[in-house]
Design a protein. Structure first.
Length: 93
């Protein structure tokens, strides 16, 4: 099976719970899981942060210092969105 991201909105809660219980999925953040059982969670987030952020905050725009660097600045990713949200994902500079 290819490594992939699974979002709670895309699968029944019981299916996700069963797959986590069988060791087929690991949680990355609230409602976000991965089938990658070998990489560190930080590495998975580093590879797929744009997909994760796109699903957690649809229509968000990368702004400020993150726009200049194309990604995280220190421990933060600066985004503009119509609601204020602090999402915590594994991975630090």
């Amino acid at each position: 099976m290819d490594n992939e991201l699974i979002f709670a909105a895309d699968m029944p809660r019981q299916t996700i719970s069963d797959r986590v219980g069988r060791g087929e999925l690991r949680p990355l953040a609230t409602g976000v899981y991965t089938t990658d059982l070998t990489s560190t969670l930080e590495a998975v987030v580093a590879q797929y942060w744009h997909i994760i952020v796109g699903r957690i905050l649809p229509d968000a725009v990368i702004t400020d210092r993150s726009a200049l660097t194309g990604g995280k600045v220190g421990d933060y990713l600066y985004l503009a969105h119509d609601r204020r949200v602090r999402a915590r994902l594994p991975g630090r500079s």
